[in-house]
Design a protein around this ligand. Structure first.
Ligand code: NDP
Ligand code: MG
Length: 389
């Protein structure tokens, strides 16, 4: 029996993971499930999976969660510090599926215990990639990618020498607005940005897909996870979302990973790794699919990719600025306070301001520095709103 913990269990990725775990209850001993507002789902899953402890990050929901779990024998905890505490409990495998930089500390704590961390939370790699990788190395822990593109690259690299990699191509569906004009993008609403042509995901990553900030984050994630020169990483728009990534080698071979747009594939790979288990995703019928398309992303309508390239060029803690400014800009768009295209403007202004004044390149990669830069970037992003004009 493997002891498993799921952070962000009530979210889109978390629920897909619980679906896989629930299909083989005898294989898993569920240590902790964590969630946020959706305590009804959290309590239900904690009972079904017989978790030791259920945690909501919201202290004010503690008593409600306690009531929902009364008589179950399941421990209840709440608040960010409670999530950090359960991350330190013994487990073999943990899924990091909290959305946002809030996923960073629980991920670090799990790595400090030497756990295998299945990482969906790309924000932590973008914010503090070197810190995560160093923590894993120092404690003999393993990080497995769960983002579909990175799982695809990881799988294409099994048995290969990273030195023989010439290029990595991650694909993008192009999101809700792939065919929209710049004028139309300026007036795009939250409801329009919250639909995705191929994937069913949480709202924040869906909007990030529409702006292609998600793909920008994934460029940085690729660099941090695989330690690859950014010049070797490309993005191609692939509308069908069936090829998730391709790895090109020095002999000209391109290894593609093909699968349905279902996160249970990437989660299942990380859950069963290094073996391959049975994963109940759709089996593709390639003859029915017929053809696949590829095109270059448009850098004018989707500046997020250029900004991500700038961030990789600056290096150091610039990723923390990028992620925090993007998170703040997304909050403001969701709240209806800025337009869709303003998100990229705010991120760019914040990067410019922070890289001019705050010595991002030379700052040490300590957790304190990362948290400081994250907080400061959110303030700078708010200041940028006033200058939008
Ligand atoms: P969701 O919004 O669906 O779920 C997020 C989860 O985190 C929920 O359990 C939520 O609780 C919880 N949560 C929210 N805020 C906090 C917080 N401050 N502290 C602790 N927990 C919190 O997101 P997704 O499942 O879509 O995405 C999760 C992560 O996986 C993200 O990093 C995303 O980029 C990444 N990812 C997602 C993919 C997908 O297909 N959805 C694909 C690839 C990567 P509650 O809902 O109860 O409030
Ligand atoms: Mg992805």
């Amino acid at each position: 029996m493997r002891r498993v913990t799921v952070f962000g269990a009530t979210g889109s990725v978390g629920q897909s993971a619980l679906d896989l775990i629930a299909r083989a209850p005898d294989d898993y001993d569920v240590v902790a499930l964590t969630g946020g507002r959706n305590i009804a789902q959290l309590a239900k899953d904690a009972v079904v999976l017989n978790a030791d402890v259920a945690v909501t990050c919201h202290g004010e929901l503690h008593n409600d969660l306690k009531e929902l779990l009364a008589g179950s024998g399941i421990e209840v905890a709440s608040g960010d510090s409670a999530i950090d505490e359960v991350a330190s409990r013994p487990a073999d495998w943990a899924l990091s599926a909290i959305v946002g930089a809030a996923g960073l500390i629980p991920g670090l704590k799990a790595l400090e215990q030497g756990q295998t961390l299945a990482l969906a939370n790309k924000e932590s790699l973008v914010t503090a990639g070197p810190l995560l990788m160093e923590t894993a190395a120092a404690h003999g822990a393993t990080i497995l990618p769960v983002d579909s593109e990175h799982s695809a690259v990881f799988q294409a690299l099994v048995g290969e020498d990273i030195a023989a990699v010439e290029r990595i191509i991650i694909t993008a569906s192009g999101g809700a607005f792939r065919d929209w004009s710049l004028d139309d993008l300026a007036g795009a609403t939250l409801a329009q940005a919250s639909t995705h042509p191929n994937w069913d995901m949480g709202q924040r990553i869906t909007v990030d897909s529409a702006s292609m900030f998600n793909k920008g984050m994934e460029l940085i994630e690729t660099k941090e996870f695989f330690g690859i020169d950014p010049a070797k990483i490309e993005v191609l728009v692939h509308r069908e979302s069936l090829i998730h990534a391709l790895v090109g080698f020095t002999d000209g071979a391109l290894m593609a990973h093909v699968g349905p747009p279902d996160m249970r594939h990437a989660i299942g790979y990380a859950l069963h790794w290094p073996a391959r288990g049975h994963v109940p995703v759709e089996r593709l019928n390639l003859a029915n699919i017929g053809s696949l398309s590829f095109e270059h992303p448009d850098p004018v309508r989707f500046p997020a990719l250029r900004l991500a390239a700038d961030v990789m060029e600056i290096g150091g803690l610039a990723g923390a600025v990028f992620n925090a400014a993007k998170e703040r800009a997304l909050d403001l768009f969701i709240d209806g306070r800025i337009g869709f295209l303003d998100m990229a403007r705010i991120v760019e202004m914040t990067i410019n301001k922070m890289s001019a004044n705050d010595g991002l390149q030379n700052a040490q990669f300590s957790l304190d520095n990362v948290m400081h830069i994250d907080a400061l970037s959110r303030i700078r992003a708010d200041e940028a709103v006033a200058k939008l004009g």
